[in-house]
Design a protein around this ligand. Structure first.
Ligand SMILES: Nc1ncnc2c1ncn2[C@@H]1O[C@H](COP(=O)(O)OP(=O)(O)OP(=O)(O)O)[C@@H](O)[C@H]1O
Ligand SMILES: [Mg+2]
Length: 505
């Protein structure tokens, strides 16, 4: 049997950022039609390795080849020309442009010096259709929700014929239906001989899709096994570097107090929210779930003071509450973790420490008048506390937030809102992009906050997560509350699903 020539081969790739060696001699190759599930803890170096393959970063040393030909791209354009497409973990669309213009940005279809808009539109519609999306390509990207933006990213990668498709956590913001479409397409591409590198923290997806599983730990490949030999326990241990149970710890929180802390009465907002009555008690840990588009994010945004409701009332601590924006809400004890880190939360070019302390600078300040200043030592202590609590990697206060791995960026944002010592914590998909052990940490932290009296309301599209963490489960459907029940041990994801989809279907 002649061995199949790999699509690409990476040999002894090394990469350091400053003093930190992130990739320590990594070998990796992919066969035509192969789907590789690529796992590893937050900060292991997965995105870095794939950026090197795509030509976005240059390795310090090591060799790369594509179909046995030496490959040393000087930038992403060369990577693309060599047939490597990447869907980034962080969204990279231009909000002010239409969907179609984003899809063809830098690769417009020209004829006699003119952009062929009609041809681009047709292709855009076709590719979106293939992804099961009926978005109008002339719409601006700014109006899309996070999951829809992710579909556009994927469409952009698919539009340009490639031999290797890298998907860096593609389903983090997708609904189950959207994910299914993506899985189908991955299958089709693989049947055409295209190789797929699939990065995910969701083991179920990897088990379903991958022909082979690799695990990167601390910059080294520590596991590489074909399908059939997949063994959850071994994979998880390889990621952690030690034996760990895969058992998800159920959160525990003291019984919520009787006191109503936050309440909405007959809330309406545009086409998204149609009469929401929700009342949250002190110390309650509530999962807000439902299908994508059911109104979860919008409800959180209204409660956080970012959007104003069209109609209806909010009561906070028993009194009518009108927020004048998120800054005021934070001062009143209502903190919000948005779904999209890059668009709505992190200051990518500022240090991790600044990002953490930015909402509490006033409290960290001393002195009067012109002498008023941020007490640096207190700021440093805050960073120390929160990075320990969240297991931030690297624990470097001066590193720009944009230079942390995806999962660690999420931890910085979470640290920021915890620093405000909120009475109400509103979180939109708090475990998005974090690895299995960080997920445990976040569950523990939220449960602890609730047991100390903070009201926690978190939106999740994973029904299993709602069941693991929520004491109470609120299911939204088409802008209203379809079900609201205490989390009992006998409840299953199917029970939630029944309420999440319309009664007729
Ligand atoms: N431009 C940069 N400057 C400094 N450090 C960086 C830079 N890019 C990445 N790093 C560091 O390299 C390490 C690996 O990051 P990488 O993004 O590759 O991790 P990852 O495996 O993709 O993690 P995640 O699952 O959280 O996305 C991290 O510690 C990160 O902080
Ligand atoms: Mg990453």
């Amino acid at each position: 049997m002649t061995p199949v020539q790999p699509l690409f081969e990476l040999c002894q790739i090394r990469k350091s950022f400053g003093m930190a060696e992130v990739l320590k001699g990594v070998d990796f190759q992919l066969a035509p039609g192969e789907v590789v599930g690529f796992l590893g803890a937050n900060g292991a170096g997965k995105s870095t390795l794939m950026r090197i393959l795509a030509g976005i970063l240059r390795p310090d040393s090591g060799k790369m080849s594509i179909k046995a030909k030496a490959y040393a791209p000087s930038g992403p354009v060369e990577g693309r020309q060599a047939g490597i497409s990447i869907v980034h973990q962080e969204l990279s669309l231009v909000d002010t442009l239409a969907i179609v213009d984003n899809l063809f940005l830098g690769r417009e279809i020209h004829h006699l010096g003119q952009i062929r808009q009609s041809e681009q539109l047709e292709k855009a519609r076709k590719i979106l259709g293939r992804l099961g999306s009926d978005l109008d390509p002339t719409h601006k990207v700014a109006q899309l929700r996070t999951g829809e933006k992710q579909i556009i990213e994927i469409a952009r990668a698919l539009l340009h014929k490639s031999q290797v498709l890298i998907l860096d956590e593609p389903t983090a913001a997708l609904s189950p239906g959207e994910s299914e479409n993506l899985f189908r397409i991955v299958g089709e591409l693989s049947a055409q001989g295209i190789g797929v590198v699939y990065i995910s923290h969701r083991l179920e997806e990897i088990e379903r899709l991958a022909d082979r599983v690799v695990v990167l730990r601390d910059g080294r490949m520590v596991y590489d096994e074909p399908r059939g030999l997949h063994n959850r326990g071994a994979i998880i241990s390889a990621m952690a570097g030690r034996d760990v149970g895969e058992h998800i710890q159920k959160a525990n929180s003291a019984i919520a107090g009787a006191f109503q802390l936050l309440e909405t009465r007959n809330l309406f907002s545009g086409s998204l929210i149609h009469g929401v009555n929700l009342s949250l008690r002190r110390g309650e840990l509530v999962a807000l779930t439902g299908l994508v588009g059911s109104g979860r994010t919008e409800l959180l945004r209204i409660l956080a003071g970012i959007d104003q409701p069209g109609q209806g009332q909010i009561f906070y601590e028993g009194a009518p509450f009108h927020s004048h924006g998120p800054a005021q809400s934070i001062r009143q004890g209502i903190a919000f973790l948005p779904e999209d880190r890059k668009d709505q939360g992190l200051f990518l070019y500022h240090s991790a420490q600044t990002n953490l302390s930015i909402s509490v600078l006033e409290a960290l300040s001393g002195g009067l008048g012109l002498l008023r200043h941020v007490r640096r030592r207190d700021e440093a202590r805050l960073f120390e506390d929160k990075s320990d609590l969240l297991g931030l990697q690297p624990k470097n206060p001066n590193l720009a937030a944009g230079r942390f791995s995806g999962g660690n960026q999420q931890k910085i944002l979470l640290g920021r809102i915890l620093a405000t010592s909120p009475r109400v914590l509103l979180l939109d998909e708090p475990t998005r992009g974090v690895d299995a052990s960080a997920r445990q940490d976040i569950y523990r932290i939220l449960a602890e906050a609730a047991s100390k009296g903070t009201t926690v309301l978190f939106a999740t599209s994973e029904f299993a997560e709602a069941l693991t963490l929520g004491q109470r489960i609120v299911v939204m459907r088409e802008g209203t509350i379809a079900a609201d029940f205490p989390n009992r041990p006998d409840l299953s994801p199917n029970d939630i699903m029944r309420h999440a989809v319309s009664e007729q279907s």
